[in-house]
Design a protein around this ligand. Sequence first.
Ligand code: NAP
Length: 555
Amino acid sequence: MRPFSSLLSQGSNSYICNSCRRALTSTVNTDPTKQHRPRNRYAAYSTASVQSRSRPIDVAIIGSGPAGFYSAYRLLKRLPDARITMFEHLPVPYGLARYGVAPDHPEVKRCTDTLENLARESSGNFHFVGNCPIGDCPEELPLTAVTPYFDALLFAYGASRDKRIGIPGEDLKGVVSARAFVGWYNGLPEYADLDVDLIAGDTAVVIGQGNVALDVTRTLLAPLEELRKSDINEETVEALSRSKVREVKIIGRRGPLQAPYTIKELRELMNLPNVGFASPPEGWEDLLQVPRKKLPRQLKRIAELLEKGSTSPLEHGKKAWQLGFLRSPTLFLSESGEKLQSVGFEKTEYERPLVDLLTGDPQSDLNALRAAKVQPTGQKGLIRTNLAFRSVGYQSEPLAGMEEVGVPFDVAKGIIPNDRWGRVLSPSLGIGGAASALTAGHVPGMYCAGWVKRGPTGVIASTMDDAFLTADVLAGDWEQHALFLGGGGGKTENDSVGRAGYKGVIQEIRRRGIRSVSWSEWEKIDAEERRRGKATGKEREKIRRVPEMLRLLDS
Ligand code: NAP
């Protein structure tokens, strides 16, 4: 591995994307062990000098998205002889970086260079095991079959489901999950055959005002010639070229200062050629309520951008979009009970006038305005549409078999309970009998990072920070002889024996007849995608179906 500081000085060739680089510069020169030293009762090591370990650690990372690859990168930085095996359920790596980032954000996708370089330069201590879902179905690898080969498991498998709103009609034809739509236009195999009717009407409604909602809107309205240059699939471009959608309404239950969109994504929509922005019917004064000069800087910039509107005037635009505020969805309506005809809302209002929340301190004003609550007014309304996207956030799920290996899952929060540093907290004694073998506190050798650790919020740079934190803590625990899986650690006899790691688990995988995919095989898929992309003048044309990927490898 090259030293971290050299990566930061590589200019545009660096394999850390720019936003991640900005986040990094604040931490790179500090000692992470000290910076992230746990202060709570789960602290497992001190900073006193320790005897180094007699053998390298074997770590299994579950998930190859940003949380997984930044954890791997950092672990190898901290423990250069660590042996890492990265499991991925698809034959291809990168998770959300490949399948969640919008096609017209290629600079964000560059974060995948981290893993590419790591795999190339790791001199045999990194192994990718693709097409190997962890679970208890046929052709899946049970967690109980993974743990015997490793000192530690690091769960970094992200959020594989979308949240539901919980209102009637959510399953009608025409109500589409934004996660599924994003997967479809990004070539995610799970949604290769998603049925999105883009020709049923000219208006689409998006519920939720986060960055996913803005990505969906931009993809629906952006000029095709721009999208065509990206790595968006040709099949998707074909479907979008037939789309009749001319207007998108993005609806939020709170106001313009509370919506979680960020200014960069708002600005991109405002700058779309031939797309006009329609101001909300209430007018900005009623919605913003606070004199602009009293707004914290970040919110003032958002307010000014919204008031300024789009670069293409609405009346000249061929297409349009609008933000609808203070409207809470109540139901999806259909007379036939099959196909969506309209979306029902209830108007909301701020619980307290927004000016009453101001104290004059910019940070507390920002927090208070962002967190402002609303209440229902009883006033109802309808928007006629045949196409609505639910974009109210993502959700992580437990992996089958977690309980058997002593790893709990908090279903209400959608996370693996952890001590904020990435150590998995042990379930209360007695739950499913699993905890009896565990010490109180954290589960030895079990760690988590990314959305499954802290919930599905934050951009890739925040996931990187979070993954670095977990990797630093794991490395620190190892150096400090904390207890790991199978009793490894604590200067016991097991410590010098070591685990079989990749060599052991790959035999297990073969015994079970799972057709796993190695990094060099992924490179073959990658090369083929790039070859196909070149033919149409773009970076790559993704292969959308797993059987086709495997046929390519086995041909
Ligand atoms: P999000 O940012 O959490 O936004 C969810 C939206 O859904 C909010 O407007 C929320 O309103 C609303 N909502 C939640 N439950 C609702 C309900 N029951 N009824 C009505 N509205 C409801 O989620 P996201 O857009 O899926 O994004 C997830 C994360 O990925 C975010 O951190 C985002 O920044 C990140 N991301 C970043 C990019 C990028 O950097 N370009 C792109 C995509 C995603 P309330 O605020 O009132 O709860």
